[in-house]
Design a binder for this molecule. Structure first.
Ligand SMILES: Cc1cc2nc3c(=O)[nH]c(=O)nc-3n(C[C@H](O)[C@H](O)[C@H](O)COP(=O)(O)OP(=O)(O)OC[C@H]3O[C@@H](n4cnc5c(N)ncnc54)[C@H](O)[C@@H]3O)c2cc1C
Length: 390
């Protein structure tokens, strides 16, 4: 560790930011650690927001990332409701919306990502919802109870998890997806076939290869999604799950290199060596994907937090581990390992009920990724078999 390091400021109190603070302490950093978070609530986990949170009759309390005592006990200053609006790289300080300057020796940007907004006529109607944070989830929990028909725009992980919650509440649910299959970005055709079949059997309708033209409303409320084909989909609630964009505005304005994320090296250092970026907002080289990629998973946020803290503390950076993600869909647990961008052969094994599934993705003769449905016990074994891409 450099001797002159005294103050580390972390912008963003999500999984990446909080884990970076924790890792700095674990690795022996004794100076000041300050986390500045834009949200006004204690740091919480996002994955339950599209799962258990929506299913419970009353919206449960958020699942905290750390117990409240964690921060004072570890000498970490947590300042919530303190959105950072600018970085002054010359003075080495950040400025909050309230006008407070926080000087830093090293700065970690852990600003996450934001839901991509819908742009079409009707996008501003009052019951067109997004799901990114606790306040979105609280609103969606309420809207789901009063809706009869729900249209989900986007058949990605969040769209399908919300569709699962909605159909379990006996809503009429239609998933509108522009690609020919759901989860095309994160799962293989073998896994999506199983998932689509099960979700259809539960009553979810899929409009695939379908593009939204507009949303028609009555009295400012969405009523119908009109597809480019002319098809009308009833929707007194529209949930938009069309991807996320990195929160890189601060970095761009500070002159850091960005390209779909803040570009970082293998130590999570940006183009300014005193500024690190981690989690959803960072674009890093990943040997499992064979190139630079921005990954939106809890595993990635935790791994990159460890790497940044190790680098700042001058300790060995942990060995690369296969990326991993999971999704919970109506009794199906989908788990992915490795990088699913470069494969030329898939081998799928189906087990009990046609649901249990294990898929191996190969590039040549190398296993580069796997996915399983309802085979959680296979994860540790499979993670040892996966190779980085060339
Ligand atoms: C509903 C939902 C369900 C998900 N489910 C899963 C799942 O099942 N499995 C999985 O692996 N991943 C899941 N994810 C993705 C996962 O939650 C993210 O990859 C992870 O939270 C990224 O952590 P992060 O700290 O980089 O960003 P975030 O968790 O987004 O945290 C960033 C924080 O920075 C704050 N911030 C932004 N700008 C500023 C600023 N200028 N000043 C101060 N603070 C700022 C934000 O308000 C936010 O609180 C899910 C995401 C969502 C939204």
């Amino acid at each position: 560790m450099q001797d002159n390091l005294d103050k580390i400021v972390i912008v963003g109190a999500g999984t990446a930011g909080v884990n970076a603070a924790s890792a700095l302490r674990q690795q022996g950093f004794e100076g000041q650690v300050v986390i500045l978070g834009a949200e006004s609530v204690a740091p919480y986990q996002r994955p339950p927001l599209s799962k258990a949170f929506l299913a419970k009759d009353k919206p449960p309390a958020a699942t905290l990332l750390k117990p409240g005592a964690f921060f004072p006990t570890n000498g970490i200053t947590l300042e919530m409701g303190q959105g950072v609006v600018a970085i002054d790289r010359t003075a080495k300080a950040v400025l909050t919306k309230a006008g407070v300057h926080y000087p830093y020796d090293e700065l970690i940007l852990a600003t996450g990502s934001s839901a991509r907004r819908l742009r079409c006529p009707g996008a501003g109607l009052s019951n067109v919802c997004y799901l990114r944070n606790l306040s979105d989830a609280t609103r969606l929990h309420k809207s789901l109870r009063s809706a009869k028909s729900v249209a989900i725009l986007g058949g990605g992980v969040i769209g399908l998890e919300v569709a699962s919650a909605a159909v379990a509440l006996d809503k009429q649910v239609t998933v509108i997806e522009s690609a020919g299959r759901v989860m095309a970005r994160v799962a293989t055709p073998s896994a999506t076939n199983v998932i689509t079949r099960q979700l259809k059997a539960a009553g979810i309708r899929f409009a695939l290869n379908a593009r939204l033209a507009r949303i028609d409303g009555v009295d400012g409320q969405a009523r119908t999604c009109i597809l480019e084909s002319g098809e009308a989909v009833a929707a007194d609630l529209v949930v938009v799950g069309i991807g996320a964009l990195p929160n890189q505005g601060l970095a761009v304005h500070a002159g850091l290199l960005c390209d779909n994320g803040i570009i970082v090296d293998e130590a999570m250092r940006s183009s300014d060596p005193d500024i690190y970026a981690i989690g959803d907002c960072a674009a890093a080289e990943n040997s499992y994907y064979g190139g630079r990629i921005r990954i939106e998973t809890i595993h990635n946020a935790m791994v990159q937090a460890q790497i940044a803290a190790s680098s700042i503390c001058g300790v060995r950076i942990p060995d690369a581990a296969p990326p991993r993600f999971w999704s919970d869909l109506l009794g199906m647990k989908l788990q992915g390992l490795g990088g699913l961008t470069r494969y030329d052969k898939l081998v799928a094994f189906n087990g009990k009920n046609g649901v249990e599934t294990e898929v191996h993705a190969f590039a040549g003769d190398r296993l580069v990724a796997t996915e399983t449905i309802n085979l959680s016990k296979r994860q540790s074994e499979l993670s040892k078999l996966i190779h980085p891409a060339e």
